[in-house]
Design a protein around this ligand. Structure first.
Ligand SMILES: [Zn+2]
Ligand SMILES: [Zn+2]
Length: 344
């Protein structure tokens, strides 16, 4: 199969012909229909993720059609499926208690197992997958497995956002845009922060109530001003020190910070603990979403209660992924890129 392979960090991915994946006994092989390019991939591509090494194939947000099915698989050849990025084992205390996104036996294609920047991908533990709704394009579905689900879980399960509350969103990439669209659906008021004016304008067109450009403003002070004392909930959607501090500092007393952005490298940061202490904040970490929450989220999207189509800005080919990763070295344009041509 054709695949985009990591050879040297920070260099273009190598488009190669590699062995087709072997079908897992407890899963399937998908012919990839679409795969999103995510900032987590960027961390791997720069050498900032321990599981991405020479020879790795990135790609954790994908959907596709089953072309081979193992003896213990749930799905059969021809099924069109969306994959969550966390493939949980289904048979451990975490999986048995509804928090499969914390499963210690989980497998994540793209990080330690070959990912979906390729024509085919092996998917073990296929019970995590869900049917791709007929009304949904593969490009749109590809972003669901990582960004939309992660944002939904952050808002609903971690922060428990309620209608009318102010939600601040730091970073308007894939996660930030998803969080904006979903928070508006819940009935929250949303203030977005970025350093790219074009992305802030885009977010305002998509329903944000206010926008703050952190390149020329103290973002936390501006948000406290806009919200009349501070946001109730703040979503950190980038994973760096500056946005983490802006997030805790923009919150009102008893506010809830949710850390969604994946920190690169060792993960150590200098954080304003006085803000956390004196305002008695809650500080949540979050990663992914348990797969049992998919049907309700998909149903809301299918019913048209939220339109996630603005997420996908560019459809690209396999060989176009390198330019997207390289672009993440600096501020990026609005929306995300999805690989829909997996051969070239
Ligand atoms: Zn992702
Ligand atoms: Zn498990």
């Amino acid at each position: 199969m054709r695949a985009a392979v990591v050879r040297d960090f920070n260099e273009d991915l190598s488009i190669e012909t590699v062995d087709d994946p072997t079908c897992p006994e407890n899963g399937v092989v998908l012919e990839v229909a679409a795969c999103g390019v995510c900032r987590s991939d960027y961390h791997g591509w720069t050498g900032g993720h321990p599981k991405v090494i020479n020879g790795s194939i990135l790609g954790h947000e994908y959907c596709g059609t089953v072309i081979e099915s193992g003896p213990r698989a749930k799905y059969k050849v021809g099924d069109k499926l969306i994959a969550p990025f966390i493939l949980a084992c289904g048979d451990c205390p975490a999986c048995h208690t509804g928090v499969s996104n914390t499963c210690e036996n989980s497998i994540v294609p793209g990080f330690g197992a070959p990912g979906a920047y390729a024509e085919f991908v092996a998917v073990p533990y296929d019970h995590n997958l869900v049917y791709l709704p007929e009304s949904m394009s593969p490009a749109l579905a590809a972003g669901l497995g990582c960004r939309v689900t992660t944002a939904w879980h952050a808002l609903t399960d971690r922060a428990n956002v309620r209608a009318g509350e102010w939600v601040a969103i730091h970073g308007t990439g894939g996660i930030g845009l998803s969080a904006l669209l979903l928070a508006k659906m819940i009935g929250a008021q949303v203030v977005v922060v970025d350093v790219v004016e074009e992305k802030l304008n885009h977010a305002m067109q998509l329903g944000a109530d206010a926008a703050v450009n952190a390149s020329d403003t103290d973002a936390a002070a501006a948000i406290r001003d806009i919200t009349g004392g501070g946001a109730h909930v703040s979503i950190e959607a980038l994973g760096i020190e500056a946005t983490t501090n802006a997030s805790v500092e923009c919150l009102a007393t008893l506010g809830r910070h949710v850390h969604v952005g994946m920190p690169a490298g060792s993960g150590h940061m200098q954080i304003n603990m006085r803000a956390i202490y004196s305002k008695q904040l809650a500080f949540f970490g979050t990663r992914g979403m348990p797969s049992w929450k998919y049907p309700s989220l998909l149903a809301m999207i299918e019913r048209g209660e939220v339109d996630i189509s603005p997420m996908v800005a560019r459809k690209i080919s396999l060989s176009g992924a390198s330019a997207e990763l390289r672009a993440m070295n600096g501020p990026t344009p609005p929306g995300t890129a999805v690989i829909t041509d997996l051969r070239n």
